[in-house]
Design a protein around this ligand. Structure first.
Ligand SMILES: [Zn+2]
Ligand SMILES: [Zn+2]
Length: 213
């Protein structure tokens, strides 16, 4: 809530919310997948109450469908919800969109490139038309190779998505971007993946620590 409020108010350019329990499976009267409360929607409601923002565009790149978020924002015309998951659902003028992630086992090329191409095609143009006050990237690294939602992705895909979100935010809402951590279970991956993303948000080059042992 604080991060969204401060980004919306222009006190911070962007923020990474290191939240250990995802929220996108928490809906109006159900929850699952270790999501008890819907962090993004609660923060949105709070930020609206203080008059800091109204329209938000969410890109959900967790491996799973953001059913709780979809349930809570379904009837909300001021939320664009683009969810990369297991199915395609894209009404022509709709603001609630599902995009089927590429199946890494039937690809010839790199899963990172295929996924990133899909994100580029699915999100920036929609966000531009939608004219949000702020972007949210719901970032699950459960899509990483070897984690529980394995889509064969690696750090390159996440850094690419971070670039897409930064560019899009710069073009449509003065750079206002909130990154919220979703699924992912492996601390070794979290340790390797998250610092370079934060460095990118801060406009810094990140140096990977030298391998030991
Ligand atoms: Zn997930
Ligand atoms: Zn979905």
């Amino acid at each position: 809530m604080e991060a969204m409020g401060r980004v919306a108010a222009g006190e911070l350019a962007n923020a990474f919310c290191f939240i250990g329990a995802g929220g996108h499976h928490a809906g109006r009267n159900f929850f699952g997948g270790y999501c008890c409360f819907n962090d993004v929607v609660i923060a949105l409601r709070q930020a609206r109450r203080t008059g800091r923002l109204r329209r938000v565009a969410i890109l959900d790149t967790d491996a799973h469908h953001g059913d709780g978020t979809r349930d809570l924002v379904e009837a909300d015309p001021d939320v664009l919800h683009v969810c990369v998951c297991g199915s395609d659902y894209a009404p022509p003028e709709g603001t609630k969109v599902d995009i089927a992630a590429p199946d890494p086992w039937s690809l010839n090329g790199s899963p990172d490139e295929a996924y990133l191409a899909l994100v580029r095609q699915a999100f920036p143009a929609r966000a531009e038309r939608f004219r949000p006050d702020l972007l949210v990237w719901y970032f699950g690294f459960d899509t990483h190779r070897g984690d529980y939602g394995d889509l064969g992705l690696t750090l390159a895909a996440y850094l690419g998505i971070a670039d897409v979100m930064l560019e899009t935010a710069g073009r449509v809402c003065g750079g206002k971007l909130l990154v919220v951590l979703g699924g992912g279970s492996r601390t070794d991956l979290a340790t390797r993946l998250i610092p370079p993303i934060i460095a990118k948000l801060g406009g810094l080059a990140h140096r990977q620590p030298a391998a030991t042992g």
